[in-house]
Write a protein that binds this ligand. Structure first.
Ligand code: NAD
Length: 490
């Protein structure tokens, strides 16, 4: 199958329910804007509970046939979807950049990254094994089989408008679940385009349904899924506060939950690190997507012996970053997502400076470029008392904390309720083993800044949530185990 779309043909403004493009039942719409300029791109459906319910109805009708399809039939559909994503990677990448603001190269990179999960789970679809349990009692045969959990509600954030939803839909569809989804209000267009391609790839009507809603109307719309006993699972990526709300509100129907939540990643540079490699790793991990990723280092701990040297090395590189709209091919940092994001970054930097941090580079808004730009920033002399040490800044700000001993660094790194990613640089093999074991995080980068892969388990501990996406473990979140006990076999 081959079909390429122009960008304008990928832009959809209605919900996709039961294989049809339909407006919100209320007829309401809300504007999606370009974060680089604040200009309106298009108005999409502003859905409410009636639309959420219609999506669930369609997913319930479609479930038995999709569950009973052969795994290789589901895999074939997913492979076609993957191929369409790759064929349309340039235009999908442009759409991501348009609504989210990341540079074009990163937008296209996200398409390849998201598509890699679809290919991975297409292959995994045919490898969902159960167990024959060794005989424990005469005359009985005990087996464990895995079944799809049922209807899955997927709710995603704005920072990776394609990858976050692709890595939820792909495993769900692979094992035979049907899906109702709601992308973030800032970036619904990429998800709608993905659904268009899924339909083109042969995903049957009702198997994948997507509604869009403004922040205000998302709450009652999603509440309908939380209360509906036909929805068996919620898979959510977003902030810890909203994750906790969803866990509380879904308790009434005791849903299975996957929660990929916020982080506060530490990045530790020991005296024995290769400083050049550490600076390269930090640039990759911290400044991707303008610092708006959940695995971005939020706190950089540098050992005293190399503190000034590392600060100089980093500052030179950060000061050279090109800040520009995504449409500029040379852009390395685009606009932040919205005014709220810019305000939070400014507030974190101002608070740090008022408590003694030194600005080595950046430290200001770039209003000359547009409403949502912030200069890539390095702060020295960061301390635990600063707001940016306990909350995600979610922007291009690297605060440098000083430490003396390994114990001190690990204690500081773990001194947070969050536990998603962590990073450290050292060339001492015994230290690498010790520190990797003691860091409280779901993901540890050791002398490496780029960690994500479809073949690896992605997820957190502590208040960064639970569940894993990607890898052979990623299917488990969408499966339940059924134990079959057959008697009378003596
Ligand atoms: P958010 O929690 O504000 O919103 C996420 C989604 O939830 C959006 O679709 C939003 O509309 C919806 N939502 C918000 N409130 C809701 C409510 N009361 N009821 C129902 N739905 C609601 O997060 P965000 O600002 O879009 O994304 C940034 C956050 O996501 C950061 O904390 C980041 O660390 C986290 N994140 C985590 C991962 C991960 O894999 N752990 C990946 C990316 C982003």
């Amino acid at each position: 199958m081959s079909k390429t779309y122009a960008l304008s043909d990928l832009i959809r403004a209605d919900n996709f329910i039961d294989g049809q493009w339909v407006p919100a039942a209320s007829g309401k719409r809300f504007a999606v804007t370009d974060p680089a300029t604040g200009e309106r791109i298009v108005e999409v459906a502003d859905s409410g509970p009636a639309d959420a319910r219609a999506a669930t109805d369609a997913a319930a009708r479609a479930f038995p046939a999709w569950r009973d399809a052969l795994p290789k039939e589901r895999a074939a559909v997913l492979h076609r979807w993957h191929d369409l994503m790759i064929e349309n990677a340039d235009e999908l990448g442009r759409l991501i950049s348009l609504e989210q603001g990341k540079p074009l190269a990163e937008g296209r990179g996200e398409v390849l990254y998201g598509a890699s999960y679809v290919a991975w789970f297409a292959a995994e679809a045919t490898r969902v094994y159960g167990d024959i349990i060794p005989n424990q009692q005469r005359g009985k045969r005990m087996t464990a089989v895995k079944e799809p959990v049922g209807i899955v509600a997927a709710i995603t954030p704005w920072n990776f408008p394609l990858a976050m939803i692709a890595r939820k839909i792909a495993p769900a569809l692979a094992v035979g679940c049907t899906v109702v989804g709601k992308p973030a209000e800032d970036t619904p267009l990429t998800a709608l385009a993905l659904v268009l391609l899924a339909h083109e790839a042969g995903v049957p009507a009702g198997v994948l349904n997507l509604i869009t809603a403004s922040r205000e109307n998302a709450v009652p719309a999603v509440a309908d899924w939380l209360a509906d006993s036909r929805v068996h699972k919620i898979t959510f990526t977003g902030s810890t506060a909203v994750g906790k709300y969803l866990a509380r509100e879904s308790a009434g129907t005791l849903k299975k939950l996957s929660l990929e939540l916020g982080g506060n990643a530490p990045f530790i540079v020991f005296d024995d690190a290769d400083l050049d490699a550490a600076a390269t790793g930090l640039m990759a991990a911290k400044f991707r997507n303008g610092g708006q990723t959940c695995v971005c280092p939020n706190r950089v701990y540098v050992q005293s012996g190399v503190y000034e040297k590392f600060a100089d090395l980093l500052t030179t590189r950060v000061a050279a970053l090109k800040v520009a709209p995504a449409t500029d091919a040379a852009a390395q940092i685009g606009p932040m997502i919205n005014a709220r994001a810019i305000d939070k970054i400014g507030q974190h930097v101002d608070d740090a400076v008022s408590r003694g941090a030194r600005v080595l580079t950046g430290g200001r808004r770039l209003t000359e470029l547009g409403p949502n730009y912030y200069a890539p920033t390095v702060l020295a002399d960061a301390t635990k008392q600063m707001q940016l040490s306990c909350e995600e800044t979610f922007g291009p700000v690297a605060p440098l904390f000083r430490f003396d001993t390994e114990d001190e660094a690990i204690g500081a790194a773990n001194d947070t309720p969050f536990g998603l990613a962590s990073y450290f640089y050292s060339q001492d093999v015994r230290r690498i083993d010790r520190v990797a074991r003691r860091l409280e995080a779901g993901i540890v980068g050791i002398n490496e800044g780029a960690l994500a892969s479809e073949a690896a388990p992605f997820g957190g501990v502590k208040e960064s949530g639970y569940g894993r996406e990607g890898s052979k473990y990623g299917l488990d979140d969408y499966l339940s185990i059924k134990y079959l006990c057959q008697g009378g076999l003596e």
